[in-house]
Ligand binder design. Structure first.
Ligand code: GLP
Length: 260
């Protein structure tokens, strides 16, 4: 796992956007795995800027989002459909039919989840998956205890997650209790993983994910088993990493490393 510590949130967002842009330059029809939450907003803004100012092209891109709340219509301001449209999709040129977001209003969740998995396969798998991290160490909505082999499914949210996400709703009671989420196993099949974390509130989760034991209690720790995973953390989010100096040393020495 590569750990990149950035001085600011903006620097972190730019560094991660740079990697996504590189993937698109090498493979214009790449399949992108999208995440929601406040963390990737800066990354999306930077990709939109690159699209406008540097002609970064999304016309052949396909996307799959990680998760969606159950019960929220796509027009609900807190639905992930709405979030993605407002913060990213409406600003770039991804063909509508190439956008996939789990349905929070399907009449058959089991069938929908199976279809979602099949659709990812049909599109050739995810090239680069963007991830945030919950304060309990979850990725997507894979709460503590989720199998590290889990697939797209219905999930009951943990109380911690409901508390954390209540800030986006008028009251805690309005936060949905269920979500549909890609599984840890689904995420681990992406060819490249980029996990972003900012703020002191994420410091413990980041340390547990990067340096703790691989455990279903911290589903982000599964990234330790992935062959191409990068964690981008801003200064406060990196503050509990024991090996921080070493990660910074690796980055400082990178330009001089032998070329393969
Ligand atoms: C939700 C999402 C996750 C996200 C997490 C953190 O639980 N399902 O994908 O990583 O929130 O959100 P934020 O970035 O707002 O801290």
């Amino acid at each position: 796992m590569e750990v990149i510590i950035c001085k600011t949130y903006d620097a972190m967002s730019r560094a991660a956007a740079e990697v996504v842009a590189q993937v698109l330059n090498e493979k214009p029809n790449a399949v992108l795995g999208m995440a929601t939450g406040s963390t990737p907003l800066g990354l999306y803004q930077e990709l939109v800027r690159m699209h406008r100012e540097e002609s970064l092209d999304f016309s052949q891109v396909t996307t799959f989002n990680l998760d969606e709340y159950v019960g929220l219509p796509t027009t609900h301001e807190q639905s992930y459909h709405y979030f993605m449209h407002e913060n990213f999709f409406k600003h770039v040129n991804i063909p509508k039919q190439n956008i996939h977001i789990p349905s929070g209003t399907t009449s058959n969740y089991r069938a929908f989840c199976q279809w979602y998995e099949k659709r990812i396969d049909e599109c050739g798998g995810i090239d680069v998956q963007i991830l945030g991290i919950g304060s309990d160490g979850h990725i997507a909505f894979n709460e503590p205890g989720s199998s590290l082999s889990s697939r797209t499914r219905l999930k009951t949210l943990a109380k911690q997650t409901i508390d954390d996400n209540a800030r986006f709703f008028d009251s805690r009671e309005q936060v949905p209790v269920y979500a549909i989420t890609m599984g840890v196993g689904t995420i681990m099949e992406a060819r490249k993983l980029l996990l972003l974390a900012n703020g002191a509130k994420k410091a413990e989760a980041v340390a547990a994910a990067v340096e703790g034991p691989v455990s279903s209690m911290v589903t982000a720790s599964a990234l330790q088993m992935h062959e191409d995973a990068t964690v981008f953390a801003d200064d406060p989010a990196a503050s509990k990493l024991k090996m921080r100096e070493y990660y910074e040393w690796i980055q400082a020495k990178k330009p001089d490393a032998p070329r393969v």
